[in-house]
Design a protein around this ligand. Structure first.
Ligand code: 5GP
Ligand code: SF4
Ligand code: MG
Length: 460
């Protein structure tokens, strides 16, 4: 999911949030929503669809206020329904809160039981709404906004980057492992106002300056007085999801002081150093494989070109392709360039293989278009374990590398050769202490304990 929020009475907060969400659209295409606060009054609009489908000028005009929070949803828990769209608005003794969540809790069932006992009427099926209810419960028992929020955060286990709007200010936090990103930016100069966004690309679009990341286990509280910071976790550690770096976040977003474009090019260079192959052309699977393909070309000397053209307008639409179209595969989204490919030995680079279904269809499409040899290179190690923290990498039995060797995968994909980036190679290219990332989908080493029952739902 994408989360965004700001406190800026002198600005059109709904419009800035709209643009922020627009930049974060890649983080979730299922639903979008914005809540603004005008004093104690909340204005909320959310619906299924893309940001551009959910909002228009006149809807934004009906969202006045001093502060706002917005969300784009990618469903991992809770079904794909309108009630599950966020922000989640919940009433408390001190007024409403509107909460936007990115991540996935692992103790949802326990939290639900507890909240149901205290008579909360859970409307949706998401873990996100439960966090809002947990805050309301603490506030209604006498806590102020900050204490109430912190008490609730202590009850949550898993991944959560949150932006929470209240009548007086906007809060932002990351779970004690900092699994999902969240950055702080500034807008305006007199006075300086603060913005929260999942990624720096959400700051760039509104002309905000990147200030810093929200730290794991930190709560930032943005009000008329400016920005205040509280470290609420006793054991914070850096475990940013490495998949954010490899694939999920936008290439123009900055993490660890560089664009992910530069980082992904370096993964590609490393990949070429490890698994060079003689070929006529190298290209990436648009869009996520492109930076690594450029890096591969630079390091290998194989010339870079375009072998596949992506239709940029294919989002998640409500009109499903016909069965026939679905079977013919990926052509809705990616179309091979026959004259470029005919008779060529091609290297195709992608960031990852999850189920292998896209890759298999892609290889077939390249061969149909006349490619003489197809060599696949992947700029991350094999994905062998499912994610419980908010990236939908399926159950373990669906992950092709969970049960198959690289040679078996190569056979199944019908490629001439297949190589993944080695674990060591990924570490070299990453340049940061490996311990400062979650990389459980490559190792099975989960940084946040997962309840047995939840584990069993996804692991073989
Ligand atoms: P596959 O060959 O496994 O079917 O698809 C691999 C492609 O899926 C890659 O291009 C990669 O960018 C993309 N991908 C990687 N992780 C995820 C994920 O968690 N969800 C979705 N929808 N796509 C992913
Ligand atoms: Fe990211 Fe993988 Fe960890 Fe999930 S398991 S948070 S996808 S690194
Ligand atoms: Mg991709």
């Amino acid at each position: 999911c994408g989360v965004f929020g700001l406190y800026a009475p002198e600005q059109d907060v709904a419009k800035l949030t709209y643009f922020g969400l627009y930049a974060l659209q890649h983080r979730g295409q299922e639903s979008a929503g914005i809540a603004t606060f005008e004093g104690t009054k909340v204005h909320l609009h959310k619906d299924m669809g893309l940001v551009s489908q959910v909002f228009n000028e006149s809807i934004l005009e009906e969202l006045p206020g001093n502060l706002a929070v917005g969300h784009t949803r990618y469903s991992t828990t809770g079904s794909s329904r309108r009630v599950n769209a966020q922000p989640a608005v919940v009433e408390t003794r001190l007024g409403s809160i509107a909460l936007a969540h990115n991540g996935n809790l692992v103790n949802t069932m326990q939290l639900r039981e507890e909240l149901l006992q205290s008579n909360f009427n859970l409307v949706t099926t998401t873990d996100s709404e439960m966090i809002a209810f947990a805050i309301a419960e603490a506030v209604n028992a006498g806590a102020d906004w900050l204490d109430g929020a912190i008490q609730a955060f202590h009850r949550c286990q898993g991944a959560f980057s949150l932006v929470i709007a209240t009548p007086v200010g906007v809060m932002g936090t990351r779970d004690p492992n900092g699994i999902r990103p969240l950055v702080i930016g500034t807008v305006g100069s007199n006075p300086v106002r603060y913005v929260l966004s999942s990624e720096t690309c959400g700051l760039d679009i509104i002309g905000a300056e990147y200030l810093r990341d929200v730290e794991p286990g930190e709560l930032v509280w943005i009000t008329e007085e400016g920005l205040a910071s509280y470290h609420w976790s006793q054991q914070p550690q850096r475990k940013l999801c490495i998949f954010e770096m490899i694939y999920f976040a936008r290439p123009d977003s900055v993490m660890h002081n560089e664009s992910l474009y530069s980082y992904r090019m370096r993964l590609g260079r490393q990949l070429a150093a490890e698994s060079f192959v003689e070929a006529d052309i190298v290209f990436g699977v648009p869009d996520s494989g492109i930076p690594a393909a450029i890096g591969f070309s630079q390091a290998s000397g194989v010339s870079y070109g375009e072998g596949l053209i992506k239709n940029r307008y294919v989002g998640r639409t409500f009109i499903q392709p016909t069965q026939n179209m679905r079977e013919s595969g990926i052509r809705m989204k990616l179309n091979p360039l026959k004259d470029v490919l005919a008779g060529k030995r091609v290297v195709i680079v992608d960031d990852s293989i999850v189920r292998g279904t896209t890759s298999r269809k892609l290889v077939k499409a390249l061969r149909d278009a006349g490619a003489a040899e197809v060599h696949m290179r992947i700029s991350s190690p094999p994905v062998t374990h499912p994610c419980f923290y908010g990236i939908d990498t399926d159950t373990q039995d669906q992950l092709i590398a969970a049960t198959k060797s690289v040679a078996e995968i190569a056979q199944q994909l019908e490629v001439n050769s297949l190589a993944y980036l080695s674990w060591e190679g990924m570490l070299t290219a990453t340049r940061e202490d490996t311990n400062s990332f979650c990389s459980a989908c490559f190792t099975g080493d989960y940084p946040i304990a997962i309840p047995e029952q939840v584990k069993r739902s996804k692991l073989i």
